[in-house]
Write a protein that binds this ligand. Structure first.
Ligand SMILES: [Zn+2]
Length: 424
């Protein structure tokens, strides 16, 4: 832009200095006692900017979408004073409270009270605190072509309760935003809280100075994706270990989940799990899909697509032997999903036993049993659902320790190029 360029017409914020965040001065901020046994004792989390004196967390609500909110304010499309009208937004189903909500260290990456703020903190809301839910619970009908096909082939039978004749499955679903209790997250990863805070600050380009200047603020609303859960059957049954629970914890893969790319097994495994959840619920059990926004092993889709090219252009073709190495060459690690935080959502739901875990991942399995949740049977993806181009991925994972009831591929098998070329 030249010096003569006209100044932008975008609306300006309030005149005056920018308020830095190095000093507390927030006498009006309600205290937080993370892990307290009641919501009232725990206290509300205030992450809005409508009244800065009330803030008691670092960051902003809505995960990564908090940046879009800022953009909307900058563009003049949204008043920074807007407050959510929560009339009629209450959860369709009450979840908890469960003993896990106050068990030390059990939940550190979401707010178990996040769905009930309008109820639990009604007094604070009435007193003018802008408290936002970080969890919402609603009902839906889900219609998937794979489920319709399963009905056509006689594998699924509509019962008018879990599955309607038209192929719609009835679900309760919940959206969950990330809420990190920093001392607990640090403990989960075996580092000091000071080291975690400093690294989060430095490696995001200094995005949240409060991470290093405000050690009194222990809760962080990170600008990352959250998770969505889909429940087939009664949500309260999730916490009853005598009711058969079929569950899959699934990490986002937009290319396969939404667009049907055949290089991996993500969508076929997800729809297979939904079919198993419906069958389980029809047997009198309950089903759960927990879907985490951790695209491409949390490396992001750009890295993922770069790796696809590197795999398919390597000498000897796309082999299971080179599968993890190509990711490591581009990203520096094989995986950044950190299943350590994943079981928190299971604790939120009161789960103590998963009878049928629809996953082959040893990392997910280890994280779940490490969190003290029992796992009965592990359900692998049926061979006929694996796309030919995804054979590379599944062979590499089985060789790396993923659960399989069948033979583990040997070294010769892993050397065979099985993936399609880039222009095939
Ligand atoms: Zn995938």
């Amino acid at each position: 832009m030249s010096a003569e360029a006209p100044s932008p017409a975008a609306p300006q914020g309030p005149a005056g200095h920018i308020r830095l965040t190095s000093h507390s001065g927030a006498d009006d901020a309600p205290p937080i006692q993370w892990g307290a046994s009641t919501g009232t004792e725990r206290g509300p989390l205030v992450g809005t900017t409508t009244n800065r004196r009330h803030r008691n967390v670092i960051g902003a609500h809505s995960g990564s979408y908090g940046v879009y909110r800022a953009l909307a304010v900058a563009a003049g499309a949204l008043s920074r004073e807007h407050r959510a009208d929560l009339t009629n937004t209450a959860p369709t189903d009450v979840i908890g409270p469960y003993p896990q909500w106050s068990r030390p260290g059990a939940i550190v990456s979401l707010d178990p009270w996040g769905a009930m703020v309008a109820d639990v903190f009604s007094a604070e809301l009435a007193a003018g605190h802008d408290i936002r839910p970080t969890i919402a619970v609603t009902k839906a009908h889900v219609i998937l072509p794979e489920i319709t096909e399963a009905i056509d082939r006689g594998r699924l039978h509509p019962d008018g309760r879990v599955l309607l004749p038209g192929g719609a499955a009835l679900v309760t679903k919940a959206a969950i935003e990330p809420v990190w209790y920093l001392p607990g997250v640090a403990e989960r990863f075996g580092c000091s809280e000071a080291h975690l805070r400093r690294t989060l600050f430095e490696e995001t380009g200094g995005m949240y100075p409060e991470l290093v200047t405000r050690s009194d603020l222990e809760v962080f609303l990170p600008p990352i994706g959250g998770q969505t859960i889909y429940i087939f059957g009664a949500p309260r049954d999730l916490a009853d270990p005598s009711v058969e629970l079929t569950a899959r914890v699934h990490d986002e893969c937009n290319g396969s989940d939404v667009f049907g790319s055949d290089i991996c097994t993500c969508r076929p495994y997800l729809t297979h799990a939904i079919e198993e959840c419906i069958l389980g619920a029809q047997r009198g059990g309950v089903g759960l899909i927990s879907y985490s926004r951790k695209e491409g092993r949390a490396l992001g889709e750009v890295t993922k697509f770069l790796v696809y090219n590197a795999r398919k252009r390597q000498e000897g073709g796309d082999t299971a032997e080179g599968y993890f190495a190509r990711t490591e060459c581009v990203a520096g690690v094989q995986d950044m999903r950190f299943q350590e935080l994943m079981p928190d959502v299971l604790h939120w739901l009161g789960i103590t036993r998963i009878h049928r875990l629809v996953s082959m991942s040893n990392m997910k399995y280890d994280a779940i049993i490490g969190a003290g949740i029992e796992v009965g049977e592990r359900v692998n993806i049926p061979d006929e659902l694996i796309p030919p181009d995804a054979r590379v991925e599944i062979d590499a994972k089985m060789a790396a320790g993923y659960f399989t009831p069948g033979p583990v591929p040997d070294a010769d098998e892993l050397k065979k190029p099985k993936g399609r070329g880039l222009h095939g």
